[in-house]
Design a protein around this ligand. Sequence first.
Ligand code: HPA
Length: 282
Amino acid sequence: MQVLTDNHVLEEAVTYLSSRITRRPEIALVLGSGLGDFASQLVDPIEVPASAIPSYPTSTVEGHEGSLIFGTLKSQGRESLPLLVFKGRVHFYESGDLDTTTYPIRMAHSLGSRVLLATNAAGGINPAFSEGDLMLIEDFIDFSFLNPQWQVQSGTANHFKKTPDGYIDKHLSTLILESGSELGINLRRGRYCYLRGPSYETKAEIEMLRRIGADAVGMSTVPEIIVAAALGMRVGAISFISNLATGLTEERLSHKEVAQTASRVKQVFSALLTETILRIQN
Ligand code: HPA
């Protein structure tokens, strides 16, 4: 099996992708469950299926189509920095391997991306939240008890020094909040709790997470954030509350429900992402 932290493996993928693009993608955007449609807004898109990229991991989860799209966003005379959009991600629960889960981030960084915008679908824990809300991730609780940082410096222990604000970039978060208020979105703010999954939580687990201060829960994003920040990228992250967490509603949780709420919230989420991306400067 190829080791995905091997620089040669990464170089092969980067060489292939560099031959397909004309501009360095400054911003990497990861689209979570059911949010893949956003990619259709890119101007002059170059779409590369995940399967065409050497060693690139492919996802098995519905709504996580595996492709990469390069392009820019244009709106009312404004143009964004070049983007690399990941339509779908590979979760830790699919591969059981953090190198695989974070491979796209290391690849984006090697291609020249300096900003990561990560999105996901999450269960709402904060009692003030409603299904369909959007939440700026201000901080996270890593309940996977796995740490992907060590690999960033080729296998050596790396006690990564966070900024005083943590992994999430304050300035990017401000841009997201400003974009939300410009668009009249009631953007929530909170702490995302990352669990390995793939099963949804029990009522008792959600009660525990609420007591320790989690506002939303999900099964992705945190390994990506940690690796991106350790590589020196500026990171911003947004959850869309696709459902209320177990025990907060009578409804039974399903991946279908997550996808249905995504299709309802898509337009608002797209508008928020577009406005935020247009505001990101070098
Ligand atoms: N729990 C965990 N992950 C999730 C949820 C949830 O309720 N909703 C979307 N992803």
